[in-house]
Design a binder for this molecule. Structure first.
Ligand code: BDR
Ligand code: CA
Length: 306
């Protein structure tokens, strides 16, 4: 059983990743650390708590993290992609109440699951960078790290050059990329192919045993409407964060290259990620998913979501 501590900013694709983790028989979600990103920290936190509550799992610790990037001017939200509240047209009830824990809970969870804990970060890496500085002696007790972010030699999605998570806080991203061990990255190179189509979503949302089936179609339609406008002709919507968490249990869904990753922190190229990909360059420490095995991806999504 993989013990996963999830950092995220739900967000539609983050929400689908949470659902997947909650439904997966081989993943134990031990906590969710929320931060600003697609929406504000307040909305991301409420959404994470709501999704756990819907599955009767309010015992999962909800831990609010960063409310803004290292450089406050970088703070941008994306309601046009994820909706005003973050889960497309779905909003948690107005009077929705839930318990939250302080960041010290992260330390306690690392200790509790010493050498076993997998940290998956699906949002801006600000909060994870803070964890590295708050608990430096605990980091080596973490088993491995998975991050969604970056775009290598392909267009970005936040700007022409940069992917949204890395663009949101490039300084924190560089810090995490330098400091994390056993790190797997899912950049846009792989996640932009992790497309769910309306047909697949119909099948998933017809399965009434899934606690989330009532909302999956509506949130997908909202998200896909954005992608239809931004990428004319796209057959479905890329669920970036879903692929990232899937790799924890099913690494064979992608092919990888290993390089040290850097992110540009200023000017027009802010958030742009790069590796030294010249033929004679040395291999590095970060395992980067660059190619998706699409049939396998869909087979695994269906097997869990159904
Ligand atoms: C990433 O940015 C966010 O908007 C998504 O949730 C995903 O984590 C894709 O670039
Ligand atoms: Ca995200």
């Amino acid at each position: 059983m993989k013990k996963v501590l999830l950092f995220c900013d739900p967000g539609i694709d983050d929400s689908l990743a949470i659902m997947y983790a909650m439904l997966h028989p081989n993943i134990e979600l031990v906590g969710i650390v929320t931060s600003y990103g697609n929406v504000s920290r307040k909305e991301a936190t409420t959404n994470a708590a709501y999704l756990t509550w819907l599955a009767g799992r309010s015992d999962i610790a909800i831990i609010p993290g960063a409310s803004m990037p290292m450089n406050e001017e970088d703070l941008v939200f994306y309601p046009e992609i994820h909706g005003e509240d973050g889960i497309g047209p779905i909003s948690p009830p107005n009077n929705f109440q839930f318990q939250t824990y302080s960041m010290d809970m992260v330390r306690l969870l690392i200790e509790k699951y010493r050498n076993e804990l997998v940290i998956v970060d699906l949002g801006r890496p600000t909060t994870l960078a803070i964890v590295f500085t708050l608990f430096p002696n605990h980091i080596e007790m973490v088993h491995s790290f998975y991050l969604m972010g970056g775009a290598f030699f392909i267009p970005g999605n936040a700007t022409a050059l940069a992917e949204a998570n890395f663009y949101g806080d490039p300084a924190a991203t560089n810090f995490v990329l330098n400091s994390a061990h056993n790190l797997t990255l899912t950049p846009l190179n792989a996640t932009q192919s992790a497309i769910l189509t309306q047909d697949i979503v119909n099948v998933i949302s017809n399965n009434k045993e899934n606690n989330y089936s009532f909302m999956i179609n509506d949130i997908f339609k909202y998200y896909y409407a954005f992608y239809k406008k931004s990428t004319p002709g796209i057959p479905g919507a890329p669920i970036h964060d879903l692929l990232t968490i899937m790799l924890v249990n099913d690494p064979e869904i992608a092919d990888y290259i290993n390089y040290d990753v850097k992110v540009i922190e200023d000017a027009d190229a802010k958030g742009m990620s790069y590796i030294d990909y010249r033929p004679a360059s040395k291999a590095g420490k970060t395992k980067i998913a660059v190619k998706l095995h699409y049939e396998l991806f869909i087979e695994k999504v269906k097997s869990i979501m159904l």
